[in-house]
Write a protein that binds this ligand. Structure first.
Ligand code: IDP
Length: 140
């Protein structure tokens, strides 16, 4: 197993409900280290670029509105198999289908407002981290 880095976002439903510490506790309990973290207000341009792959999906407008509706916390997580591990810890996209103990099962109220983003491949993780972090803002 390799040590990897993945990109995470604690979405506006997490910051609005003051749940960032509770979500971080689940992340850390799973053995992932938060090696970079910043709280930001995402611009419309940043959100549109970040979710460009979903541009043609019917929920794209709603997704961009939501992601810019309040602050988010962008993170770099590090650990063994971090990409797959974090996807497991997050749970299914729709919280109704997520396993017990996952972040989305525990905290999320809908498929749109599902509390966390996590990269789905190592390649995407690298690109997503580079969109939001300078190397000097990450300390492993
Ligand atoms: P993921 O976040 O689990 O990787 P994706 O399919 O990549 O899921 O979708 C990206 C994000 O788009 C989801 O996390 C969710 O916030 C939003 N989304 C996905 N499907 C729907 C939907 O049917 N309605 C509203 N928002 C959706």
């Amino acid at each position: 197993m390799a040590t990897e880095r993945t990109f995470s976002i604690l979405k506006p439903d997490a910051t609005k409900r003051n749940l960032t510490g509770a979500v971080n506790a689940v992340i850390e309990k799973a053995g992932l280290r938060i090696v970079g973290q910043r709280r930001i207000q995402m611009s419309r341009e940043q959100a549109e670029k970040f979710y460009e792959i979903h541009k043609e999906r019917p929920f794209f407008g709603e997704l961009v509105e939501f992601m810019t509706s309040g602050p988010v916390v962008v993170q770099v997580l590090e650990g063994e198999n971090a990409v797959a591990k974090y996807r497991e810890v997050m749970g299914a996209t729709n919280p109704a289908n997520a396993d017990e103990g996952t972040i989305r099962k525990t905290f999320s109220e809908s498929v749109g407002e599902n509390t966390v983003h996590g990269s789905d491949s190592l390649e995407n993780a690298k690109a997503e981290i580079a969109q939001f972090f300078k190397d000097s803002d990450i300390a492993g």
